[in-house]
Design a protein around this ligand. Structure first.
Ligand code: G16
Length: 544
């Protein structure tokens, strides 16, 4: 194989964020930009020669071109085998499964997740390690250092590979396998859930459903599993064809962006169950007839009912949630005497806990939930979990949620995002919050008296690594919380996220609209961070 070495100069903005490097497509199209990052990944790895690399993406604009470049670079750098999803497609959880199943050295996933796609929109890339999960911070830090000093990258002089034909190709010392992106994942799901029972419930008309694939990667997965295998009516899965620009939409499964589904579920004659997934298939939104289940509640309900699912029937070892996720799952863990971990935002922080079997289930407020079956969050898995639950409980979604609140109380929750804020202003807001921390404990607004105020820092209980500056927490004596943090996934300016949470034990108050129930906390949050005053905005860009 002919290998050519290209001279390059470093870019100074290749620091991976919460989940890999996400930038505008035009940034990635700059000369050597993608190549520098990929070479920096390989330069940060050891002992991978001759081993397997998995490659796939969510099919967004630039996916195919990027895959051809990465194939040539992986070949030049000495990988022995590449496993690639047909058409260059692999959902993020499916990629995690393929890495684990075929004992790959690691994988490169091309996705900017829920961010829009197209020539003027976003692209992303991240490296996952051999356990199938996102590389830990130690690796991404090393990668960033490498990217600042890189002087050359290597490419094999081979033709573009036909990504559309399933099968093996052997080229000069490297084997390239194009696989069906759905098959391995569908087989894994069938082992976790009671497919026969779900199928019977669908056939009997006890479960009717709509799934919005948002013109993103889960389309083919959901069509196959929900319609072909489980027998949901044709058309139950809609927006099912992945498009490079997601049909011009924003493939983010929340009520703001999955509005078609929201209209169906709150419209006349809604189906029993509704769900949506995101650009790369790792997020989920769960809905029932006339109800939206917050991701935090969904995690808590899953933990409380895990024994009803075949794969978890023998019990779960523990649970974890990201820090800004509501404390609903903590209450379940407490009642079931299960360990419960609070980690920084980012799925990578669950990896060690899952590998060490300290937890079986985990989730985040950002529409992510998952288990030890892979090392990524998994949108369709969450949908199947709920379908299995509905089939076992034979109750509407709303009854399951209300019974849960009755038993554990309700953590009324919402998140306010201020997107594309000037980075200096956003950093100024965080700095000013940080400065207030020592003076906040004891401060009182009506029923809200500050019990603690700190900046979250996490020590991984498995490897002892410390991650600091993970968000500002203000906790109140009545159990309420406000959390402030800057997103690590945006591509324009900075996004300030404000997470608000109030615990309500009294069942008579469980019906409240979160914006009303949280009004006082929303006001306190503004007093603390002054985002409206500092940005001139009158309201958040998105409320979820
Ligand atoms: C990624 C991470 C999640 C995180 C989310 C939001 O998800 O994997 O762990 O919660 O971003 O992060 P941030 O608040 O920093 O924007 P995804 O679905 O975008 O890959």
């Amino acid at each position: 194989m002919q290998i050519k070495t290209y001279k390059t100069t470093p870019y100074d903005d290749q620091k991976p964020g919460t989940s890999g490097l996400r930038k505008k497509v035009k940034v990635f199209q700059q000369s050597g930009y993608l190549e520098n990052f990929v070479q920096s990944i390989f330069n940060s790895l050891e002992d991978f020669q001759g081993k397997i690399l998995v490659l796939g993406g969510d099919g967004r604009y630039f996916n195919r071109q990027a895959i051809q470049i990465i194939i040539k670079m992986a070949a030049a750098n000495g990988f022995g085998e590449l496993i690639i999803g047909q058409g260059g497609l692999l959902s993020t959880p499916a990629a995690s499964n393929v890495i684990r199943k075929y004992r790959a050295f690691g994988g490169i996933i091309l996705s900017a997740s829920h961010n829009p796609g197209g020539p003027d929109e976003d692209f992303g890339i991240k490296y996952n390690v051999g356990n199938g999960g996102p590389a830990p911070e130690k690796f991404t830090d090393a990668l960033f250092e490498n990217s600042k000093t890189i002087t050359s990258y290597q490419m094999a002089e081979i033709d573009d590979i036909d990504l559309d034909s399933v099968g093996d190709v052997q080229i000069d010392g490297i084997k390239i396998r194009i696989i069906d992106p759905v098959a391995d994942y569908a087989e894994l799901m069938a082992r976790i859930f009671d497919f026969d029972l779900i199928k019977q419930s669908i056939a009997a008309g006890l479960i009717t459903l709509r799934f919005d694939a948002m013109h993103a990667i889960t389309g083919p997965y959901a069509k196959h599993i929900l319609e072909d295998v489980l027998g949901a009516a044709p058309g139950s899965v809609f927006n099912a064809v992945p498009l490079e620009d997601f049909g011009g939409g924003h493939p983010d499964p929340n009520m703001a962006h999955a509005h078609e589904l929201t209209e169906i579920m709150f419209g006349p004659n809604p189906p029993v169950f509704g769900a949506a997934s995101d650009g790369d298939g790792d997020r989920n939104m769960i809905m029932g007839a006339n109800i939206f289940v917050t991701p935090s509640d969904s995690l808590a309900i899953m933990a409380a009912n895990a024994q009803l699912i075949p794969a978890y029937a023998k019990g779960i070892s523990g649970v974890a949630r990201s820090m800004p996720t509501s404390q609903a799952v903590d209450r379940v863990a407490d009642k079931l005497s299960l360990p419960c971990y609070e980690t920084p935002t980012g799925w990578k922080f669950f990896g060690n806990l899952l590998d060490a079997d300290k937890i079986t289930l985990c989730g985040e407020e950002s529409f992510g939930s998952g288990s030890n079956h892979v090392r990524e969050k998994d949108g369709l898995w969450a949908v199947l979990f709920w379908l299995n639950l509905l089939a076992r409980k034979r109750q509407p979604v709303e009854d399951i949620v209300r019974e849960h609140w009755q038993k554990y109380g309700r953590d009324i929750y919402c998140r306010h995002d201020y997107e594309a804020v000037d980075a200096d202003i956003a950093n100024g807001i965080v700095e000013q919050l940080r400065n207030q921390l020592p003076s906040l404990p004891g401060k009182t607004w009506g029923d809200y008296s500050v019990k603690f105020a700190d900046e979250f820092s996490y020590t991984d209980p498995v490897d002892g690594s410390v991650s600091s500056n993970q968000g500002i927490r203000v906790g109140f004596a009545n159990g309420s919380r406000i959390v402030f943090r800057l997103s690590g996934t945006g591509t324009v300016g900075a996004t300030l996220r404000i997470y608000l949470e109030r615990y309500e034990r009294d069942v008579r108050n469980h019906d409240q609209d979160p914006q009303v129930a949280l009004a006082e906390l929303i006001e306190i949050a503004e007093q603390l961070c002054q985002v409206k005053q500092r940005t001139g905005r009158t309201e958040p860009s998105v409320i979820t």
